[in-house]
Design a protein around this ligand. Structure first.
Ligand SMILES: O=C(O)[C@@H](CO)OP(=O)(O)O
Length: 282
């Protein structure tokens, strides 16, 4: 029997052994979901990954593996597209053992009465400007969902232990940020401060909210930020202030860098924007 030897030559292990080096945090938006593929407003609806999304999730694990990433702790939401993405990614990394915390506060932004509607038909009915306000304005929520709707989290037993006054009927990015901030301050940051290497697999808007918190992005700028599906976004954080250290390859307004081919990343960002309109260059 040969006991497993830690690959001490891996750069990420070396970096973390040195006290003065920044903390590293990896954010991962889930791969394409079936509702992303069908162009439907999703929010808290629990659709699975599409076949393309599964491939993106596996690819994210490959990219992290190539660069020697090792994680001590992972966080994800209560929604299977993020949970499965994390699983595919950790499987590819051969790190399925990594303890994982699931939190409803990392869920996608609740899209209220828009959940399940076709994005392009909604544009045809309400106009691009109104739909852009619902999609990307900072503090204007979409219309609320009725309490008798299947989309009301109070009717979903997975949230039975969450106090009902915390369950949303719709959320702006600002409301999403409030709950993500709660997890960031109380669950995630304290673990990073202990030296744990953390991976967070979550959603387009919950991760936009986290990027806003980390990079202190103003409301008018965050409105233009779209995150690609299934691409690891690596942040380096100052050990004392937790402020991100801008990477030379970062795409503004983010300080973190995407792993992988930047042209492909930009194409995926463009695809997110194009969900409610003609194709747009990122
Ligand atoms: O439908 C959704 O829940 C989100 C993420 O897929 O879409 P959007 O990019 O429109 O905020």
């Amino acid at each position: 029997f040969v006991s497993p030897v830690l690959p001490r030559s891996r750069p990420s292990l070396r970096r973390f052994a040195e006290e003065e080096t920044p903390y590293e945090l990896v954010l991962l938006r889930h791969g394409e979901s079936t509702w992303n593929d069908e162009g439907l407003f999703t929010g808290w609806y629990d659709c699975p990954l599409s076949a393309a999304g599964e491939a993106e999730a596996i690819e994210s694990g490959k990219l992290l593996k190539e660069q020697g990433y090792i994680f001590d702790l992972a966080f994800t939401s209560y929604l299977k597209r993020a949970i499965s993405t994390l699983w595919y990614c950790l499987t590819e990394l051969d790190q399925q053992y990594v303890p994982t915390v699931k939190s409803w506060r990392l869920n996608e932004r609740h899209y209220g009465a828009l959940q399940g509607l076709d994005k392009k038909s909604t544009v045809a009915q309400h106009g691009t400007e109104q739909v852009n306000i619902w999609r990307r304005s900072y503090d204007i929520p979409p219309p609320p969902v009725d309490e008798d709707s299947e989309h009301y989290p109070g009717n979903d037993m997975r949230y039975r232990n969450v106090p009902e006054d915390l369950l949303p009927k719709c959320e702006s990015l600002k409301l999403t940020e409030d709950r993500v901030l709660d997890d960031w301050e109380n669950l995630i940051k304290p673990e990073i401060a202990k030296g744990k290497r953390v991976l967070i697999a979550a959603h387009g808007n919950s991760l936009r909210a986290l990027a806003k918190i980390l990079d202190d992005i103003p409301p008018d700028v965050i409105a233009k930020l779209n995150l690609p599906t299934g691409v690891p976004l690596v942040y380096e954080l100052d050990r004392t202030t937790f402020k991100p250290i801008k990477h030379p390859d970062a795409i503004a307004p983010l300080s973190g860098r995407y792993l992988g081919d930047l042209e492909d990343v930009k194409a995926r960002i463009g695809a997110v924007v194009a969900q409610t309109g003609p194709p747009v260059a990122a």
